[in-house]
Design a protein around this ligand. Structure first.
Ligand code: NAP
Length: 340
């Protein structure tokens, strides 16, 4: 016996990937429904070899459904996630709406799987921000060995992290550089994204940090350890899919770069590609469609007593969103619902 699963936001970037990953990982599905806005009613989406016709989220009854994987943004989540939860369907949500609610577990299965049992509090589980998810997979095994005190991270985030309209904006601006008369004014982003980088993701806060930077700080504390200090600079780059991060880590105990490499090689969800030669590292293009978080450029930072640097790359639509959500669904099935 398997599960009755709803994919909410099935016509979006993350929704597509959730359907792909559920099929690829042969999630035990008895019945699956694809939901989106009324605009997309009847739109066909693929689930493995099967084609599903999208239904209207607004009129859907979640009674009798086991889990709903939400990827519709905070506004729609606010309206529909409580309805699904009240109907007894466990919500696994990709938006930021519930991440900082102390009663709602925020889970990366490789890092804090034990938090799954807190799903009972509100029948909702939150999925972290894309940049946080891949970073904490790398931080956790190093923290377990040498206790991380402080992290300085700079991100290089792809446009797919801002939804399908942002992908179109990068594509159209890029074409516009070559085809006279096809220039496109920025609309998703505040400045030109093609052939440029923008040190601004989400809104500015009073501290001067952006909300994206604040999310990395707050979420790392909630998922890994509240005592870890994090400072972040989040930057949008003209890459379609795949987020990269330069991560500087300061630990309480000394951790040699070779031991760190060995620890990361053994860690779940990580693939170390770290040769000190031309091309001996992973770039975002190579991460697309993969399940792993790739770690490269592991090296000592000798400017502090116990310091390490590394380069972390992952497919943001997968580990940063859809894959992590499906892994949470697998964990919930394995540890709690036990149907599959
Ligand atoms: N992309 C990432 O890397 C990433 C990472 C982590 C978290 N997330 C989060 O995941 C969510 C989805 O992101 P995305 O990149 O997939 O966005 P997207 O490509 O723009 O897709 C949005 C989806 O939400 C649906 N939707 C929007 N408003 C709706 C409403 N009122 N009722 C029903 N359906 C509605 C859309 O349906 P229609 O097609 O019918 O409009 C579409 O299926 C967001 O909360 C985002 O913050 C994304």
């Amino acid at each position: 016996m398997g599960y009755k699963i709803a994919v909410v936001g099935a016509t979006g970037n993350v929704g597509h990937e959730m359907l792909n990953i559920l099929a690829e990982r042969q999630f035990p599905v008895d019945e699956i429904v694809a939901l989106a806005s009324r605009r997309s009613l009847g739109t066909e989406v693929s689930f493995g070899e099967t084609t599903l016709k999208t239904k209207d989220l607004d009129t859907f009854d979640f009674s009798g459904w086991d889990m709903a994987l939400f990827a519709v943004g905070s506004d729609a989540t606010k309206t529909y996630a409580p309805k699904a939860a009240a109907a007894g369907c466990v919500v696994i949500d990709n938006s930021s709406l519930y991440r900082y609610d102390p009663e709602i577990p925020l889970i990366v299965p490789e890092v804090n799987p034990e938090a799954i049992h807190d799903y009972k509090n509100k029948m909702i589980i939150a999925n972290p921000n894309c940049s946080t998810a891949q970073m904490v997979v790398a931080l956790k095994p190093l923290h377990d060995r040498a206790k991380i005190k402080r992290v300085v991270v700079s991100t290089y985030q792809s446009v797919s992290g801002s939804g399908k309209e942002a992908i179109d904006e990068l594509w159209n601006q890029t074409k516009g550089m070559y085809v006279p008369g096809q220039e496109v004014e920025p609309s998703v982003y505040p400045k030109q994204i093609a052939f440029n980088v923008i040190p601004h993701i989400d809104v500015f806060m009073d501290s001067g940090d952006t909300k994206e930077e604040w999310k990395m700080i707050a979420e790392t504390k909630k998922i890994v350890d509240k005592n870890i200090k994090v400072t972040a600079t989040c930057v949008r780059v003209p890459v379609f899919v795949g987020h990269s991060e330069s991560v500087n880590i300061e630990t309480e105990e000394f951790l040699d770069e070779d031991e760190a490499r060995d620890i990361l090689r053994e860690a779940p969800g990580i693939l170390v590609v770290d040769k000190r030669e031309n091309g001996g590292y992973v770039t975002p293009v190579e991460s697309v469609g993969d399940f792993a978080t790739f770690i490269s450029r592991i090296r000592q930072d000798v400017t502090v007593e116990n310091g390490l640097n590394l380069w972390c790359v992952s497919d943001n639509l997968r580990k940063g969103a859809a894959l992590n959500a499906v892994q949470i669904a697998e964990l919930l099935g394995r540890e709690v619902l036990k149907k599959g």
